[in-house]
Ligand binder design. Sequence first.
Ligand SMILES: Cc1cc2nc3c(=O)[nH]c(=O)nc-3n(C[C@H](O)[C@H](O)[C@H](O)COP(=O)(O)OP(=O)(O)OC[C@H]3O[C@@H](n4cnc5c(N)ncnc54)[C@H](O)[C@@H]3O)c2cc1C
Length: 413
Amino acid sequence: MDVLVIGAGPAALAIAAALGEQALAVLCLAPGDPAAVWPNTYGIWGPEVDALGLGHLLAHRWSDCVSWFGCEPTRHGHDYGLFDKEALQAHLLAACGEAGVGWQRGLAASIAHDASSSTVTTAAGTALRARLVIDASGHEPVFLQRPDDGPVAGQAAYGIVGRFSAPPIDADQFVLMDYRSDHLSESERRSEPPTFLYAMDLGEGRFFVEETSLALAPPLPYATLRSRLERRLAHRGVMVSEVEHEEFCLFPMNPALPDPNQRLLGFGGSASMVHPASGYLVGGLLRRAPALAAALAAALARQGQAEGDAAALAAAGWEALWPAPLRRKHALYRFGLEKLMRFEAAQLRQFFATFFTLPEPLWYGFLANTLSVPALVAAMVRLFATAPLAVRWGLMQPRGRELALLGRFLAGG
Ligand SMILES: Cc1cc2nc3c(=O)[nH]c(=O)nc-3n(C[C@H](O)[C@H](O)[C@H](O)COP(=O)(O)OP(=O)(O)OC[C@H]3O[C@@H](n4cnc5c(N)ncnc54)[C@H](O)[C@@H]3O)c2cc1C
C-alpha cells in the first residue's frame, strides 16, 4: 500500500479520504470500529465551515455570538456552529469508502523502517507495510517524535449539557468567552488563574455550559473548573436541574512542532496542528488535508512504481504540512500564548477587548489561521499599538521561552 494512516479520529479520516481521492492505496489502522461515535464535540466558525462546503453538517448554528470582557457584550458579527459529530464522521467515512480506503483493526505497537518503506506491527502481531506511515493517533502520538522545549500548556474545561432552573445565557445565543468574574472573591480574582464560560443554547430548554481555562501548565484541575462553573451559575441564580452529559476536556495547546527529519508523517493533534492561540483544530485539518494529500501523491508519482526513497517521501510530506510560513506563524502564536498565560484576569480581559476591536478580517483571520505572515504581524503590531498601557507593559516584558520563540519566528520557523 502507499500510505498507512494510524487512527480513526477527525484527522485520520480527513487525511485518509484526501489521500484516497488522489487515487493512492490507503489503509487505516484503528483499535475499534471506525464508525464508533467520537467522544468529543466540535465547534467551528460559520465562514470557516461554509468555505469548506460543510455547513450542512452542523447540528446548530448561531448568529447571536458574543463574548464578555466587561459590562457590555462584545458582538462578534459572525456565525458560529456546532458540528453534528455523527454527521461529520459519516461524511468522512463515506468519502473514505468512495475513495477505496481499507480498514484494519488493531493497536499500532511498533514501527520499523527500511530504505523504501515502513512496517507497523500491531499489538496482535500483524505486520502492515507501506511506503509512508501517517501517525494520526492524537495529541499523545504513538510513534511521532516532538522535541521537548519546555512545559506544554493544556486547555482544560469542564462542561455540562443539561437543563437549568433558568436560562444560563440568552435564548438562541452562543457565548465564545465570558470572562466576567464577579462570582469570585477579590483575592481569587487577583491571584487565581482566570477562566471563562463557553456556552450555547441548544434549543428546547437545553444548554451547554463549559468553564474553560485557555491554557496553563500544569493544566487547571477539573474540580476547580467544576466549582467555578457552579459558582458562576449560582451567582446568576441558575441551578442545574438535569445533567444529560458531562464533558471533561483536556488537550495540549502549545506542543513544539514535530521533528521534520523523522521517517513518518503526522496529521492532526499528533502533528501539533492545534491552533496555539485558540485550541481549534478541526477546521484547519479539514482545510489542509487536500493540499498535503496532493503533495504526497505528486512525490509518490515522481518516485514511480518502483521501490522509492521513503525518507524523501516523508520529507516532502513535512514540507507540505509545515512549510516555512506556517512554522513562522506557529512560533508567533506560541509567543502570544506565552504572554496570555502570564496575564492576570484584568489584563486578559483588556487584551481580548482590544483584540476584538481589530478589523474583522484581522481578528477572524488570526483565529482561523488564514492570515499571511505579514498580515499576522500587522495584526499583532496594531493590537499592541491600540492596547491599554497595562497590556502593552505585559507584552513588552520578555520572559521564559518568549525570546526563543521570537528568534524562531525571525529565523524562518
Ligand atoms: C473534549 C474536547 C473538545 C474539543 N473541542 C474542539 C472543538 O470544538 N473544535 C476543535 O477544533 N478542536 C477541539 N478539540 C481539540 C481537537 O480537535 C481534538 O482533540 C481532536 O479530537 C483531535 O483529533 P485527532 O484526530 O488528531 O485525534 P483523536 O480525535 O484523539 O483521534 C486519535 C485516533 O487515534 C486512535 N489511536 C490512538 N492510539 C492508537 C494506536 N496505538 N493504534 C491505532 N490507533 C490509535 C484513536 O483510537 C483515535 O481513533 C477538543 C478536544 C477535546 C478533548
